[in-house]
Design a protein around this ligand. Structure first.
Ligand SMILES: [Zn+2]
Length: 259
């Protein structure tokens, strides 16, 4: 009897998992589908209505040049905790005349797998001139521009910039989202701890101005004030310090969640 009950439970469990797997649009193989539960997530714009979305991996304007696996809709998801902290950041920068512009938030594992596959397809350099003109594509994986795991997959990491409500443009950060190179490091041309601009150039001869460095600092300080931590290689990338799923890599696809 107990064995029969366990069997029934197992069948019910498999059925409920497959029900969340979005049929034809399944993000991942059935064996790895729906790891973790999207119930702990919210749609970013429900939590932060002032945010502007530009979901690059749903569009083709990204370093791959195609829509990325797992992005079913041009939306952004975060854990409830990360979204609440981001709301505080948004309120903070709004008082300074800015909006948050979101490029990416939760990223399913199958999207990360898509990046890894692309990085090993060396002849495919469709977007090189826009995202990695100074690098040979063959170094992207070994130099960890592309990795097999991403903090985004844990649901409390966000890629973003500032949007100036007066000029109606993105704030000039002296470099674009997903630019592969040391020009994207927060300590490029300055000290992010003190905010001091030092100037300098990258091996490719690129630089950023004092104003562009200062703009990066405005974003960084606002994020750090509300519980996020930065990454040493990307000025646009931040993770909630007290992330609720520090060891879970989710795989459900990006789509608008029910409120
Ligand atoms: Zn990121």
């Amino acid at each position: 009897m107990i064995i029969r009950r366990i069997a029934l439970l197992a069948i019910a469990c498999v059925f409920s998992l497959s029900a969340q797997c979005f049929g034809e649009n399944a993000c991942c193989a059935p064996s790895s589908c729906c790891q973790g539960d999207e119930a702990a997530f919210v749609t970013l714009t429900d939590a932060v209505p002032d945010a502007i979305l530009e979901i690059r991996y749903f569009s083709t304007y990204n370093f791959v040049g195609t829509r990325i696996d797992g992005y079913l809709e041009p939306t952004a998801l975060l854990t409830r905790e990360a979204a609440e902290a981001l709301r505080a950041v948004s309120d903070d920068v709004k008082a300074m005349g800015y909006r948050l512009k979101i490029y990416d938030a939760y990223r399913p594992q199958c999207a990360v797998d898509n990046f890894v596959r692309w990085s090993k397809d060396i002849p495919d350099t469709l977007m090189k001139q826009y995202f990695y003109p100074d690098l040979d594509k063959s170094v992207l994986f070994e130099q960890e521009y592309i990795m097999a795991r991403s903090g985004h997959t844990r649901g409390s990491t966000v890629d973003l910039t500032l949007f100036d409500m007066t000029t109606e443009k993105e704030v000039d950060m002296g470099g674009t989202f997903d630019w592969f190179g040391e020009e994207s490091h927060p300590d490029f041309c300055g000290n992010p701890e003190t905010g001091e601009y030092t100037g300098g150039t990258s091996p490719a001869g690129r630089t950023i101005t004092a104003e562009q460095f200062a703009n990066r600092m405005i974003l960084r300080r606002a994020m750090l004030r509300h519980g996020f931590k930065p990454l040493s290689s990307e000025w646009w990338h931040f993770t909630l310090v007290n992330e609720p799923f520090a060891d879970t890599y989710f795989s459900f696809p990006v789509h608008q969640l029910k409120k």
